[in-house]
Ligand binder design. Structure first.
Ligand code: NAD
Ligand code: APR
Ligand code: ZN
Length: 234
């Protein structure tokens, strides 16, 4: 079967082999720090310095990592595939962009961006965000935060994502545990649209039974193999 339009969802697992910690694996981020403290609006209101420190450390960590063969394979697919390819990521790192992917949709925001909670102004984040940093637009000191979607907040670009999902004849989920909605529900939306669905993950995710096909193993092997297979069908 020749596909025309592919929507690819990625999660922390695609960046794991680049050395970026995942969340729910053994030793993952949520086993070291309470998500209620650093990934909720309540946590930021309670202790903004702790939240800035958490994301400043993750931002600093990105300087030392690079895209792995899975990121590069998706960029190659975008370049060489005859139909349309959309990458939607739950990740807040920039490894897809650094591998050459364009038009990546970051539904959970980006570490590289800062947002003023007071006036909504967005811009490139300094390496170290802090409560001492005033918003250039409204001057507020207490407003600057990482431009990242926290638990309880609405993910970004959902209308665009659902439009692209409805138009896709293939939905591929890579490196996500299927623990967080709405991303975890995309496979059901894809099935309802009659799309084929494929899971590429280290181990079965919470929704693995919903996929028409699931392949388990490291993304750095599974994703290049999948792209080779797809491009050979031309
Ligand atoms: P959710 O209910 O979709 O997530 C389910 C999982 O999130 C739970 O299994 C648990 O692991 C965790 N979780 C969520 N809120 C929690 C809390 N208050 N205490 C403990 N565990 C909690 O999460 P949600 O609240 O509906 O999140 C809404 C949206 O926020 C999600 O759809 C997601 O897109 C986004 N989000 C972003 C981040 C981030 O760090 N970028 C983190 C979580 C969620
Ligand atoms: N190759 C492929 N998959 C992998 C690899 C790898 N090398 N290493 C880990 N994985 C898989 C794990 O098996 C797991 O299913 O990646 C998944 C990572 O799951 P999580 O840590 O839950 O990360 P993710 O699914 O992206 O979390 C979703 O939750 O905390 C929020 O906003 C945060 O975006 C995140 C969201
Ligand atoms: Zn402002």
């Amino acid at each position: 079967m020749q596909f025309q339009s592919i929507l690819i969802l990625t999660g922390a697992g695609i960046s794991a082999e680049s050395g970026v910690d995942t969340f729910r694996d053994v030793g993952g981020i949520w086993s070291k720090v309470r998500l209620e403290d650093v990934a909720t609006p309540e946590g930021f209101a309670r202790d903004p310095a702790m939240v800035h420190d958490f994301y400043n450390q993750r931002r600093a960590g990105l300087a030392g990592v690079k895209p792995n063969p899975a990121h590069h394979a998706l960029a190659r697919l975008e370049r060489e595939f005859s139909g349309s390819v959309t990458v939607v990521t739950q990740n807040i790192d920039d490894l897809h962009e650094r591998a050459g992917s364009r038009g990546v949709i970051h539904m959970h925001g980006e570490l590289a961006k800062a947002l003023c909670a007071r006036c909504g102004t967005r811009g490139p984040s300094p390496d170290q965000l802090s409560t001492e940093l005033a918003c250039r637009q409204c001057g507020s000191l207490a407003g600057m935060r990482p431009d990242v979607v926290w638990f309880g907040e609405m993910p970004y670009h959902m209308d665009m994502i659902y439009d692209r999902l409805a138009a896709a004849d293939l939905f591929v989920s890579i490196g996500t545990s299927g623990a967080v909605y709405p991303a975890a529900g995309f496979v059901e939306d894809a099935r309802a649209n009659g799309s084929r669905t494929l899971e590429l993950n280290l181990e079965p995710s919470a929704g693995t039974m919903l996929f028409s096909e699931a392949r388990h193993g490291p993304a750095s092997r599974l994703v290049p193999d999948f792209v080779d297979e797809l491009l050979a069908r031309r």
